[in-house]
Design a protein around this ligand. Structure first.
Ligand code: FEO
Length: 579
């Protein structure tokens, strides 16, 4: 833990990116996983921008963990009290965490944002401030040619989001959209192969559940004409590979929208942990190749909610507030959802973790009474034992696994059809490929997971390395990102049955996989099964996309054998269409 803490590195960087336009980047080299999105492996950046026309505008700020570094950097660039406008692309704290500080330094600054963002900001900073709400096509002339045009881009990734386009420099400021969690001091997207995996992963986590909104935003970008740079809020700025990377958003979003099976995940923005928990559930659903739509109950028209309910195979909803500013809209939306669901649909409910949640079990019961099938058990998110009552990483993991369970249930018939579609003779031939029997175990923080595996082979001598094929919808996959460690437990011929039966069981989301199993702890922190013939400690070096599996290449760091006479259990199969 000490090592973890001392490893943290924060730095800042400033560079002119166009005439009279400067980026101030906060580089968060080791941002934790589970902070917001899963699987962060390359840190992230929070990008802020200064545009100096005759008037001066600051686009977004930074995460509050950068308070001193960012404000010192800002002071080195400009006297903050001379900034005329603070443009807020959206109000999530990783970009707006220092708005209160800016208001202290520049009390006369005018905050420019969408109407909804201004409402959220009022709740965040608890003081009056000069403000101007803007919507699509509104403009702001800073002078020296810098005419800023605003583009509404709701749900990318909060409902209050907007883009800003500078007609002079042709820079489009998009905050989360087109971003990636990739920390490097290279300002632009020079090396596509270095960033494209993170670009895709970020899209899948944050944008895929809002694919309809992505398509709508892309349409609104068309009349802007040539865009020279997309100045994102996270990661490198997009300039060199701009058309390629924008095309990927277009292609991926159309693929999402064409999916025949889709789940609606409803949340209430800026309420409890509703937003983050809904993202984790959405991520779990996406892992099992089912499309998701994330819908904010407080910001979506009732007619649209009704339409989404009608086209969804399942409905997932966080407990809405029963009091406060968002309660009226959220409760009306809940009433509409309950009136429009059909018994052939599945559902899931999760506690949002706010102060005045609708109780979760009665809500669960209402869906059951309406004849819907439960996709997963009600998720209880509030944790009084944590200082802020915040959900723990294990709750986020439970959310992800619940989403995957629901998606697997929805696609069960299709999966069987796919298995049956394989040519019978080919299927038998494939079944002659044999493997050993192993249990992979991994731990990270308070999360542990395990998986029975047989698609394991040695892959290199120097350094010693192995490759494992892990299905993309496996729970343990989230703990096998690049840089993660795990243990490969080798099962022994003649004494593997109990372990195999145990780890073949279907575990409930978040369930402890190790109850009744004797373990030791490896140097890398993962469990070693005492009954295993051998164990090998591994570190993930790379992952290759193998359609429905990840091919995970790992180097080997330590290991031992418990029985020198023992032999590895061999897994013989009859067909190749399953394990
Ligand atoms: Fe990067 Fe939605 O904040």
């Amino acid at each position: 833990m000490v090592q973890e803490l001392t490893r943290k590195r924060l730095s800042v960087q400033v560079q002119e990116i166009a005439e009279q336009t400067t980026t101030m980047r906060s580089l968060d080299w080791d941002r934790d996983r589970f902070d917001i999105e899963f699987g962060l492996q390359n840190g992230t950046t929070y990008n802020s921008f200064l545009i100096r026309g005759e008037k001066i505008a600051l686009v977004d700020t930074s995460h509050e963990k950068f308070r001193q570094l960012y404000l010192d950097l800002l002071h080195s660039q400009i006297d903050p009290s001379t900034i005329d406008y603070l443009i807020i692309s959206h109000t999530e704290p990783d970009h707006s965490g220092l708005v209160g500080d800016l208001l202290d330094l520049a009390p006369n600054i005018t905050v420019i944002a969408s109407r909804m963002a201004l409402q959220f900001l009022e709740n965040m900073v608890h003081r009056p401030f000069k403000q101007q709400a803007v919507k699509s096509s509104d403009t702001l002339d800073l002078g020296n040619g810098h005419v800023l045009e605003f583009i509404s881009a709701p749900n990318l990734h909060w409902p209050d989001t907007m883009f800003t386009f500078d007609r002079e420099t042709r820079i489009l400021f998009t905050c989360d959209a087109f971003g990636m969690h990739y920390c490097s001091d290279v300002i632009f997207d020079e090396n596509l192969s270095a960033i494209e995996d993170d670009y895709r992963f970020y899209y899948e986590c944050l944008m895929a559940p809002n694919a309809r909104s992505v398509v709508a935003a892309l349409k609104r970008m068309e009349p802007l004409g040539t865009i020279d740079t997309i100045a994102t809020g996270h990661g490198p700025l997009i300039r060199i590979h701009l058309s390629e990377l924008v095309d990927r958003y277009r292609r991926w979003s159309h693929e999402q929208n064409e999916a025949t099976t889709s789940v609606a995940v409803f949340y209430v923005s800026d309420y409890g942990y509703s937003d983050r928990l809904s993202q984790a559930i959405a991520q779990g659903i996406t892992k099992a190749h089912v499309a998701v739509e994330l819908i904010d109950l407080r910001a979506t028209e009732l007619a649209e909610i009704q339409e989404v309910v009608g086209r969804s195979a399942a409905i997932v909803i966080g407990t809405p507030p029963t009091e406060g500013s968002a309660s009226e809209a959220a409760q009306s939306a809940l009433g509409l959802i309950l009136a429009n669901v059909k018994s052939k649909q599945a559902f899931g409910v999760y506690e949002a973790g706010g102060e005045v949640d609708e109780p979760v079990m009665p809500l669960y019961g209402r869906f059951i009474d309406l004849g819907l099938s439960s996709g997963f058990g009600a998720i209880r998110a509030h944790r009084p034992e944590t200082p802020s009552g915040a959900p723990t990483p294990s709750i986020y993991k439970q959310c992800e696994e619940s989403g995957t369970d629901l998606a697997q249930w929805l696609t069960r018939d299709k999966t069987v059809q796919q298995m049956k579609a394989i040519d019978v003779n080919l299927d038998k031939a494939m079944g002659r490929i044999a493997g050993g029997l192993y249990v992979i175990t991994a731990a990270k923080g308070d999360i542990k997971s395990a998986m029975l595996a047989s698609w394991v082979v040695q892959a290199s001598f120097f350094p010693l390395g192995i490759s494992i094929a892990v299905a993309k919808d496996r729970a343990i996959e989230a703990l096998m990102q690049v840089g993660d460690t795990f243990v490969l437990n080798v099962l022994e011929e003649g004494r593997y049955n109990a372990l195999m039966r145990h780890f073949l069981k279907r575990f409930a989301p978040g369930e402890d996989r190790f109850i009744g199993i004797e373990t030791l702890t490896a140097q890398n922190g993962s469990p070693i099964l005492k009954e295993a013939l051998a164990y090998i400690e591994c570190k993930v070096e790379s992952r290759m996309d193998g359609s429905d599996h990840w091919l995970v290449y790992s180097t080997v760091e330590a290991g031992n054998v418990s029985n020198p006479e023992g032999q590895t259990a061999v897994h013989h199969r009859k067909v190749g269409n399953h394990y």
